[in-house]
Design a protein around this ligand. Structure first.
Ligand SMILES: O=C(O)C[C@H]1C=CC(=O)O1
Ligand SMILES: [Mn+2]
Length: 382
């Protein structure tokens, strides 16, 4: 018995290394909600819940994640046995509808705590890793073709990434195709080029878009149209050879089941946060694998804790054919882990050690803690 005694949340505001231009917003800061659970036996576990671009990407924000945890999840689980992760998460699912990122953050802290108490990794708790390294894509989203090309060349030269995801959908279709074409012809066969439209196109634009992207030699297009248009996404997948990936359409196993049953996509971007936790993400993976749908380890651009949790889970996946994009910590100006996740040879390395295999650096938490900064500013009379 390891009683859940105390759940603490902190919002960190960490600047990004450059503006990250997405179809709906440009990110200059990433706001990360850290969760720390203390258990009755003195052990602890860490989790992370991170949204993208405030409320522009999806219905959760850093503030809503924190509120859902503090006001609803914490009172519901305090006093429960932290070893009974299924019982705890089922209770949370019953009392807190939606809010998958908040639920994922808490569940992650429970897995981390359990792993640390048992002295095994979270991957081990999911049956054991089948790989210790995995390919990792980088997103080119500076907003300028030439800057993106320079960035990609640097990444290839440093052997950090040779898979690139381009964020498009903000500009006119013709301009986006010219941008993608310029990057593809500059990089040639040295890289795999994929694009993410983040739901920005209507179905007509998507038809023209997919034809153009296919002619350019792009390998995959992610969520070209609104998440709710499952049928149209299926028609697009059938009409072109280019792989079509579902991302925002997948908010947990029920969505995954529908998209798989309708064969609306060729690949799933599986995200632990969007799925509502590691357990549900593993179910999304199982649905994809049994339907013959490809798997890509997706990200909500989490910092080190959320990224390590996803790495632990994806290390257990039998077929991870499209690799991962778990580069979140590299998009931020500063590292919040005591010892960073290792990126080398176009791959990332699964952190070793019990639980998630990583811990935050308390000094970094203090440095980026939104509330602490507010107090400092008011003391300074700003
Ligand atoms: O996939 C998304 O939509 C979100 C995220 C993942 C990589 C990136 O640059 O943005
Ligand atoms: Mn996406």
């Amino acid at each position: 018995m390891s009683k859940i005694e105390h759940v603490e949340t902190t919002i960190l505001d960490i600047p990004t290394i450059r503006g990250h231009v997405l179809s709906m917003t440009t990110m200059t800061v990433q706001s990360v909600v850290l969760v720390r659970i203390r258990f009755g036996d003195g052990s602890e576990g860490w989790g992370e819940g991170t949204a993208i671009g405030g409320m522009s990407y999806g219905p959760e924000s850093p503030e809503s994640i924190r509120l859902a945890i503090d006001a609803y999840i914490t009172p519901a689980i305090t006093g429960m046995d932290g070893d009974d992760i299924n019982a705890v998460t089922h209770r949370v699912e019953k009392l807190v509808r939606g809010n998958p990122i908040a639920r994922c953050a808490v569940e992650t802290a429970l897995w981390d705590g359990l792993g640390r108490r048992l002295g095994v990794s979270v991957a081990q708790l999911f049956g054991g890793p089948v790989r210790e390294t995995m390919p990792v894509a980088w997103t080119l989203a500076s907003g300028h073709s030439e800057t993106d090309i320079d960035e990609a060349r640097e990444m290839i030269a440093a052997r950090r990434h040779n898979i690139f995801k381009l964020k498009i959908g903000k500009r006119a279709l013709r301009d986006d195709l010219a941008h993608v074409g310029a990057i593809k012809s500059a990089l040639g066969d040295a890289a795999s080029i994929r694009v993410d439209v983040n739901q920005a196109w209507n179905v007509t634009e998507a038809r023209h878009g997919l034809r153009g992207l296919q002619e350019i030699g792009v390998d995959l297009v992610e969520q070209p149209i609104a998440a709710r248009f499952h049928k149209s996404l299926g028609h697009l997948s059938d009409a072109y050879e280019i792989a079509v990936m579902a991302d925002e359409a997948l908010q947990g196993p029920e969505d995954a089941m529908r998209v798989a049953a309708e064969r609306s996509a060729d690949v799933f971007a599986v995200k632990i946060a969007q799925s509502g936790g590691l357990r549900r993400a593993a179910e999304v993976v199982a649905i994809a694998q049994s339907a013959g749908i490809g798997i890509y380890g997706g990200t909500m651009l989490e910092a080190g804790i959320g990224t390590a949790a996803a790495v632990q889970l994806f290390s257990t996946v039998e077929r991870l054919g499209w690799g991962t994009e778990l580069f979140g910590p590299l998009l931020m100006k500063d590292e919040i882990l005591a010892s960073p996740i290792e990126y080398r040879d176009f791959s990332l390395v699964r952190p070793q050690g019990p639980g998630l295999g990583v811990v935050p650096d308390p000094e970094k938490i203090a440095c980026y803690d939104r509330d602490a900064r507010r107090v400092l500013r008011s003391v300074a009379g700003e």
